[in-house]
Design a protein around this ligand. Structure first.
Ligand SMILES: CC(C)(COP(=O)(O)OP(=O)(O)OC[C@H]1O[C@@H](n2cnc3c(N)ncnc32)[C@H](O)[C@@H]1OP(=O)(O)O)[C@@H](O)C(=O)NCCC(=O)NCCS
Length: 179
C-alpha cells in the first residue's frame, strides 16, 4: 500500500460502511493477523452484505438500531473497520470492536481513528458508556484502549474460545464523564 509507505504521518478518517464494503470486510476477516487474537464468526459475503444493509447510520443519532460499522481510511484507501454493538439504548451502553488490515497494523492508526469515533459518539449520541474487550495476549489492542482513555475494569476468565483453548479477556470501558 504505497500511501502508507511514504514519510507523511498517516491521518485516518472514518465513513459509515455500506453493503459495497462487504467484499473488503470478507477479505480482511480471513487474514491470520486479524484473527490471531479474536474469534471472528464464520460469515459469507452474503451474510456480511445483509448485515451492512440492515444498518442505518442515521439511527445512531435517534437512539435506534443495534449495530453500526465504520470503515477507516487513509487518503481514501480503506485500511480497517470499527464496529459498535449497542447493548442498551435505555442505559446508554455500547461495545466497540476494531481491526486493521495486516499492512496497516503497527503504524499508530487505530488510536486516532478510535479517538475520532469516541468524539462523535459522546458528542452526538445518547451513549454514556462504551465497552471494549481484548484478549490478555493482545498487547497492541490493550495499548490502544489505554491511550484512548479506557479504564481496565476487570478480567473475564475464559471469555472466548480461540482454536482449542479458552482465552481470558480484559474488560475496558470509557464513560462520557471520563476526562
Ligand atoms: C490491535 C490493533 C487494533 C492495534 O492498532 P495499531 O494502530 O496497529 O496499533 P499501534 O501501531 O498504535 O500500536 C499500539 C501499541 O502497541 C504496541 N504493540 C504493537 N504490537 C505489539 C506487540 N505484538 N506486543 C506488544 N506491544 C505491541 C505498539 O508499540 C504501540 O505501543 P505505544 O502505545 O507505546 O506506542 C491492530 O494491530 C489490529 O487491528 N490488529 C488485528 C486485529 C485485532 O487484534 N483487533 C483488536 C481485537 S480486540
Amino acid at each position: 500500500m504505497a500511501l502508507l509507505s511514504d514519510s507523511r504521518p498517516a491521518v485516518p478518517t472514518l465513513r459509515p460502511a455500506t453493503p459495497a464494503d462487504a467484499a473488503l470486510l470478507h477479505a480482511w476477516r480471513s487474514e491470520p493477523s486479524v484473527r490471531r487474537h479474536q474469534p471472528l464468526q464464520a460469515a459469507s459475503l452474503a451474510d456480511l452484505r445483509a448485515d451492512l444493509a440492515r444498518q442505518h447510520p442515521g439511527d445512531l443519532y435517534r437512539a435506534r438500531g443495534d449495530r453500526f460499522q465504520w470503515i477507516i481510511e487513509v487518503d481514501r484507501v480503506p485500511v480497517g473497520w470499527i464496529t459498535l454493538a449497542i447493548t442498551s439504548w435505555e442505559q446508554g451502553v455500547g461495545e466497540l470492536g476494531y481491526a486493521l488490515t495486516t499492512e496497516a497494523q503497527g503504524r499508530g492508526l487505530m488510536v486516532p481513528a478510535l479517538d475520532r469515533l469516541l468524539g462523535l459518539l459522546f458528542e452526538q449520541t445518547l451513549l454514556d458508556r462504551l465497552e471494549a474487550r481484548c484478549s490478555v495476549d493482545n498487547e497492541a489492542s490493550r495499548r490502544v484502549l489505554e491511550r484512548c482513555g479506557f479504564h481496565r475494569e476487570g478480567l473475564l476468565r475464559g471469555y472466548f474460545r480461540l482454536g482449542d483453548r479458552r482465552v481470558d479477556n480484559h474488560l475496558y470501558a470509557r464513560l462520557r464523564s471520563d476526562p
